[in-house]
Design a protein around this ligand. Sequence first.
Ligand SMILES: CCCCCCCCCCCCCC(=O)SCCNC(=O)CCNC(=O)[C@H](O)C(C)(C)COP(=O)(O)OP(=O)(O)OC[C@H]1O[C@@H](n2cnc3c(N)ncnc32)[C@H](O)[C@@H]1OP(=O)(O)O
Length: 432
Amino acid sequence: MAEKDTPADSNISSVDNIVPSETETETSIDALAKKVQESLSLSKRHKFWETQPVGQFKDLGDSSLTEGPIEPPTPISEVKQEPYNLPSPYEWITCDLDSEEVCSEVYTLLTNNYVEDDENMFRFNYSKEFLRWALRPPGYFRSWHIGVRAKSSKKLVAFITGIPAKIRARNEVVMMAEVNFLCVHKKLRSKRLAPVMIKEVTRRVHLENIWQAAYTAGVVLPTPITTCQYWHRSLNPKKLIDVGFSRLGARMTMSRTIKLYKLPDQTATPGFRKMEPHDVPAVTRLLRNYLNQFVVAPDFDEDDVEHWLLPKEDVVDSYLVESPESHEITDFCSFYTLPSSILGSQSHSILKAAYSYYNVSTKTPLLQLMNDALVVAKKKDFDVFNALDVMQNETFLKELKFGPGDGKLHYYLYNYRLKHVLRASELGLVLL
Ligand SMILES: CCCCCCCCCCCCCC(=O)SCCNC(=O)CCNC(=O)[C@H](O)C(C)(C)COP(=O)(O)OP(=O)(O)OC[C@H]1O[C@@H](n2cnc3c(N)ncnc32)[C@H](O)[C@@H]1OP(=O)(O)O
């Protein structure tokens, strides 16, 4: 089944990771099996993706190909004016997220049908407020919030979205669409509806004179610009073990495990505080300067920072360090709230997860800054703190007791070629 990223990892061995044990062998066999599977998928035919302007597997390593757009834009007047055909029982709709009713329908479709982990134990449960935030950034297009309804019952059965974003690839800043929330109802799977949805979003993006896109998926498609791994830091190990998210490590007791993951009650960094509206200009400068070092990263202006990073309850949290002496803003960290439904547990129904977003350290060591982020996440009652190995995250993951997950997240660009596959640490982009 298609997967984006692991909403939660049934098979993580964060404890095993810290206390090496015989389970390590098991993990590496799993890892090997995954590698074999992935290399097989490189030789798999992709009837749809082979027709699209994306890097193709056969071109991997061909250094004669230049970096940049794969095909040139066509005149807008030549962009198809009518929507693509859907099977006759279905019709296109544009979803107005201002409407409480429409937003609830989208929420319900995703809550019941969106991304699950490999073992089908957890499913992402994006909140309505989160969806409104994720889908209405500055300059968004309502026409890019696309639904498919059954004509007879009017039930929403599929969804796909785009939002506009300026993304820098090396030295070029390119207007792109970030495509997300592709979802087809479980009963309508494997009927080639997804390619129609992707073509329709592409058409609507083209109508706005935008010709590139960025997206992530848990499945291997032609061709990732990089592949990242999720890491998980237990905040509430007892619950994580109870619901099967993690296992008790070999030679570990529950009380030793709880002790291992205990965090201080207070943050350690003087001047560490929540970001406020008046911080937007300083945070924008700090972040722009930081993101410059990565090969692919968003090109945020103040409006973007206001939208994406000003704290919004139960959606996004941002903290910064203001020097007690100079009042300079020297460091920044943020995470977003994305719970998962727990699919078969007697005792719990929701896993509360925080996802590392953008972090910048110039004075406070990143390790200390992120430990403070863990402290505030724990205080806010999150069960787990997740982070990808993007940007400089590798420098704190092991030390702060994150364990590697079993899910991979692949990043893609549409109609834009990079000369080389990137290391995760060369990527400065986090998609929701
Ligand atoms: C310039 C503007 C451009 C804008 C567009 C940029 C591109 C955006 C691309 C989209 C970015 C989305 C980012 C996210 O939201 S990633 C999250 C995806 N959603 C889920 O995983 C939720 C649960 N799964 C589902 O709802 C369905 O399984 C989905 C809808 C995923 C596929 O439905 P179904 O299982 O019923 O399959 P089908 O018979 O209709 O179609 C099969 C074809 O679809 C290809 N497929 C399968 N999964 C994905 C996937 N995640 N990205 C791209 N393609 C995917 C597959 O390789 C095959 O093509 P090919 O291998 O034969 O060639």
